[in-house]
Design a protein around this ligand. Structure first.
Ligand SMILES: [Cu+2]
Length: 245
């Protein structure tokens, strides 16, 4: 075989490898996020998981290209013998290759930017004219939830299914991070500032509230229990709570 035939064969093996690794990446992207991330209990979390799937699938051919090129180079460009190899022609002098990778990079980046901004805007959009307001107060190292209009204060977060909730998040001391793991709700809790964030719980069951900003010695233990219940159970729970004075 001539050198040119050898080059063609090894290039063919590069494209095969690229294709196979891309398929592996796409399968991981389609399977991984929905099976490895926490279960979804709100449209926000559904959107977060969908974003992870789309970004992973979009990244699959890029990552596969890097791995395939690495393997191709290690296998085929290994120099043998004492003589130094002839200087290779830099890839950047090939106009077609440069134009292709710059165009693909620009298109991929634009797609991720537009999708990301759209998802961000949709994530905190309010659709309800009558959301349930919940004040979320962070302090070292406990969460307190208040339900305005009821004088109820609790360290557990009870929410009714199917009704939009508007969280008013603040802190009594340092910066904390309010995170409802299964609802894709994540926002800083800052002292002296009230930050609002929305979600609509759409699955009954328990969920986790955690702090996601390092806030001192017991940050890792700053969590709270949450429960999505039916609207009737929510009214019953609310009525049974001691009223703070
Ligand atoms: Cu913390």
């Amino acid at each position: 075989m001539t050198d040119s035939d050898n080059d063609k064969t090894s290039l063919k093996s590069f494209f095969w490898l690229w294709g196979i690794l891309t398929i592996v990446g796409v399968v991981l992207g389609l399977y991984g996020p929905s099976h490895l991330m926490p279960k979804s209990m709100s449209p926000n979390m559904h959107l977060t998981i969908l974003t992870m799937v789309i970004f992973t699938v979009a990244a699959a051919p890029v990552a596969a290209g890097v791995y395939a090129a690495t393997i191709y180079v290690l296998r085929n460009w290994t120099h043998k013998g004492d003589e130094p190899p002839p200087p290779a022609k830099p890839v950047r002098e090939n106009g077609i290759i440069v134009a292709t990778w710059v165009s693909i990079s620009v298109l991929l980046t634009l797609f991720l930017l537009i999708w990301g901004l759209g998802a961000l805007a949709e994530d905190n959009a309010s659709a309800s004219s009558n959301p349930l307001i919940v004040n979320v107060i962070a302090q070292q190292w406990v969460w307190t939830f208040q339900y305005p209009g009821t004088h109820v204060e609790s360290n557990s977060l009870y929410l009714p299914e199917g009704r939009e909730v508007e969280f008013h998040v603040s802190s009594d001391d340092v910066t904390h991070g309010f995170w409802i793991v299964q609802m894709g709700v994540q926002v800083d809790a800052n002292p002296g500032v009230i930050t609002t964030i929305h979600t609509t719980p759409n699955v009954l069951g328990t969920f986790d509230v955690r702090c996601e900003q390092f806030c001192g010695l017991n940050h890792a233990f700053m969590d709270a229990l949450g429960d999505v219940v039916t609207p009737q159970q929510f009214s019953t729970w609310l009525a049974a709570q001691p009223q703070r004075t």
